[in-house]
Ligand binder design. Structure first.
Ligand SMILES: [Zn+2]
Ligand SMILES: [Zn+2]
Length: 282
């Protein structure tokens, strides 16, 4: 049992306390820290290889990739996607059991021809396509509990019956070819949200029997965040326990947590280390 942490350099406020805030976790024998090869940082033992452009273009059109190149954050978007991509390959090979990916410029608003909302490349979709192309894994679940609807992921996975995409957002309940939208009211209690998740895990994820689970985890619905749904910080810990348990039972604990929305530095400091501790089995 081991956990990989995929970390890339990121500008901006919310991750300023990282990786220092992971003190006490990084020292654990079964925790691996995969640092990105980024020009402004010294090289570490665990440099991530650059993500092959071929892998990106299996998901995003070359024309869209050209547009992302002109945004000024292309390199950062590449590292975001590379973290998820490498995490998936290492989890599948058994090098690590599960993973937490720090991202800044992915994931769920990036579709085949469009991007927006701070998402430039869809790391989970790129990783899934790669594993499928290599004939490694065949069935995946992507659980999206960011406040916002994952329009990019929805579009990318809708045509793929080997991917269950389970999105919790304010949009209406909907189900189409293993794309499932679960309606969440604009404000909701921790308990009521957890009841929705428990039901959907039972009805959809357990029934689908994925070989690997991606969790697009955003904390933008927490009290005081830009997508405030009145959720408390402890909501995220209960959610993490629920999802790790399902990954444990269904797919040999193969779970990749992809950090999505949320902007507050204090919440990142409070939530992220504890989520990683849950992944390590604490
Ligand atoms: Zn949605
Ligand atoms: Zn969001």
């Amino acid at each position: 049992m081991s956990t990989g942490i995929f970390f890339h350099y990121q500008e901006g406020e919310r991750l300023k306390d990282f990786p220092q805030a992971l003190q006490g976790i990084l020292e654990k024998e079964e925790v691996f820290f995969y640092d990105a090869l980024y020009p402004s940082k010294p090289e570490s033992l665990f440099d991530l290889p650059p993500i092959p452009i071929k892998a990106i273009c299996r998901v995003h059109s070359p024309e869209m990739v050209e547009r992302v190149k002109r945004t000024g954050v292309y390199e950062a978007a590449l590292y975001s996607a590379a973290g998820t991509y490498s995490a998936a390959l290492k989890v599948w090979s058994g090098e690590i059991t599960n993973a937490f990916v720090f991202t800044g410029y992915g994931d769920h608003h990036a579709g085949s021809h469009f991007f927006g909302g701070g998402c430039y490349l869809n790391g989970a979709a790129i990783a899934i396509r790669e594993l499928m192309t290599r004939n490694l894994a065949g069935r995946f679940a992507v659980i999206d509990t960011d406040v916002h609807h994952g329009d990019g992921s929805w579009e990318l996975f809708e045509k793929d019956s080997n991917v269950l995409y389970l999105c919790f957002c304010s949009g209406p309940n909907e189900e189409r070819n293993h794309n499932v939208n679960i309606h969440v009211p604009y404000t909701i209690s921790d308990d009521n949200y957890l009841i929705l998740v428990r039901g959907a895990l039972q009805d959809y994820v357990r029934a689908f029997r994925p070989e690997m689970i991606f969790w697009n985890w955003g904390y933008d619905g927490t009290v005081g965040e830009y997508g405030d749904m009145e959720l408390t910080p402890s909501f995220h810990f209960h959610l993490a326990k629920m999802i790790t348990k399902v990954a444990w039972e269904l797919c040999k604990r193969r779970l990749i947590v992809v950090l999505c929305g949320g902007s507050r530095r204090d919440l990142a400091f409070l939530l992220i280390p504890k989520i990683i501790r849950i992944l390590t089995g604490e």
